[in-house]
Design a protein around this ligand. Structure first.
Ligand code: AMP
Ligand code: ZN
Length: 118
C-alpha cells in the first residue's frame, strides 16, 4: 500500500467511497464524478501504478479484476444493453489517479470510442 495513493487509501478504508464490492484482492466503488448512470471503478488492492508497471506476477490479479468487471456488469444489469471498460495510462491516456483501475461505464449509449482531436 502506498500512503500517498488515493485508491490505496480507499481500499484501506482511510478515505470513504461508495464501495460496491470487496474481497481480499480487489474492490470496486462508484466514481465520484460519474460520466454515465453506471460508472464504477474496479481496482486491485495491491498498488500497481499503471498498465506500464504490470509484470508477469500480476497476471492472476488482473484476471480476478476482469472477472469482477464482468460480474459487476451483470449485477448492475448493464451486461445486455452494453457498457464500456476503460483503462487510462499516463498523460495522453488521461490517467489522473496512478493506481491501476478499470472504469465501467454503462446505463446509456457511451458514444464514440475516442474524443475527436481538436
Ligand atoms: P483516470 O483519469 O482514469 O485516472 O480516472 C480517475 C477517476 O477517479 C476519475 O473518473 C475520478 O472521477 C475518479 N475519482 C477521483 N477521486 C475519487 C474518489 N475519491 N472516489 C471515487 N472516484 C474518484
Ligand atoms: Zn495505490
Amino acid at each position: 500500500m502506498s500512503t500517498e495513493c488515493l485508491f490505496c487509501r480507499i481500499a484501506a478504508k482511510e478515505v470513504p467511497a461508495q464501495m460496491v464490492y470487496e474481497d481480499d484482492q480487489v474492490c470496486a466503488f462508484k466514481d465520484i464524478s460519474p460520466q454515465a448512470p453506471v460508472h464504477l471503478l474496479v481496482i486491485p488492492k495491491q498498488h500497481i501504478e499503471s498498465l506500464n508497471l504490470l509484470t508477469e506476477q500480476d497476471r492472476d490479479i488482473m484476471g480476478v479484476v476482469m472477472e469482477r468487471v464482468a460480474h459487476l456488469a451483470r449485477q448492475f444489469k448493464i451486461h445486455e444493453s452494453g457498457y464500456r471498460t476503460i483503462i487510462n495510462t499516463n498523460q495522453d491516456g488521461g490517467q489522473v489517479v496512478f493506481h491501476l483501475h478499470v472504469h465501467i461505464l454503462g446505463g446509456r449509449a457511451i458514444g464514440p470510442m475516442v474524443a475527436r482531436s481538436s
